[in-house]
Design a binder for this molecule. Sequence first.
Ligand code: ADP
Ligand code: MG
Length: 400
Amino acid sequence: MSDFKTIDDVDVTGKTVLVRADLNVPMAHGKVADRTRIERLVPTLRELAERGARVVVMSHFGRPKGKVVPELSLRAVRDALSAALDGREVAFAEDCIGPAAAGVVEALPEGGVALLENLRFHPGEEANDANFAAALAALGSVYVNDAFSAAHRAHASTTALARLLPAAAGRLMQAELEALTRCLEHPRRPLAAVVGGAKISSKLALLEHLSAKVDLLVIGGAMANTFLSALGKPIGRSVSEDDMVDTARRVMDQARERGSEIALPSDVAVAAALEPGARSEVVSVDAIPEDQMALDIGPATVARLNQRLADCRSLVWNGPLGAFEVPPFDAGTTAVARTAAALTKAGRLMTVAGGGDTVAALAHAGVADDFTYVSTAGGAFLEWLEGKELPGVAALMEKG
Ligand code: ADP
Ligand code: MG
């Protein structure tokens, strides 16, 4: 299936391999607050090192806007990277190009790992500048991109550099591309999408693209309220976007023309306010009280979705089905997530999910490890679901 090279296809022994990583990790009090991104990078780094490569890791970190900002030095991430590599030493270069970088790279033994300073300290990175890319390329002889989450940006380290050296996808990039391709380009059908969250306006492109690809489009979360409104149902004080009602209507019309089905909630949990333990009741979507807001899908909707998912073979999920951060409005998302996880475990459903809040909701439901693939890529994942070409992926494909 792959039309891109992986690290299986390149000879790395004794070579200096430049790995574009995403080490833009959340920090608190000068320490790495969440190591997920680092841990996901480790398989590629370890494999390259074990095959005798000199591994040079490069990444952006925050938004220094082309200037040296000491608080955004990647030095702060070095210890966490070293710890994730079982204590393996990680050399640090004070600059990502020029003599400082070259000196550290030349001193690396085979199997050694170095981390370069923040790419975005140079304006050439975000400008996709050819000279800056050439200065990076001068440091090594093979390029590996393991930063799917940065692939929606056409920057020097994600695109121009890929064209200057033999290029391959790292294990994380490979896993992400394989999961997304398997789910959206060559899915086993029926293929369902679950789309939730708060705003249609931020997910319009995604809704339009998915409604053309999937057999069943499940809409939940606050977004569903605007669709219910478009169907002429009163939605009380529910969160919705009045200026998106026509858009919702258009999405439904398009889906009908294409023969894909849209599933909206038939019942919802309502409350007067979004507060923990708020007194809530379940009502039909035809009977949302004027002074209440719909905060979750109801049990009849959950039961129907669970049944429908059992008939599907692939599922892509973005956006929680309710205000899951505030119990009891996590119930719908948790129940559907657990069904999807159980079907995945039983080998009956392929499940791919992504989005910041979606990943948090799956973790909250205790099923983040049971989906086929959970993307931590954020913006790049959403752009893929919108059907956009990601420059960093396109650059790898050209080489394939
Ligand atoms: P993601 O980050 O996974 O792309 P979104 O940011 O689009 O997801 O949406 C998540 C947010 O939507 C959550 O904060 C959740 O509380 C909110 N939400 C979902 N359903 C409702 C609802 N019925 N009313 C209010 N907020 C909701
Ligand atoms: Mg979000």
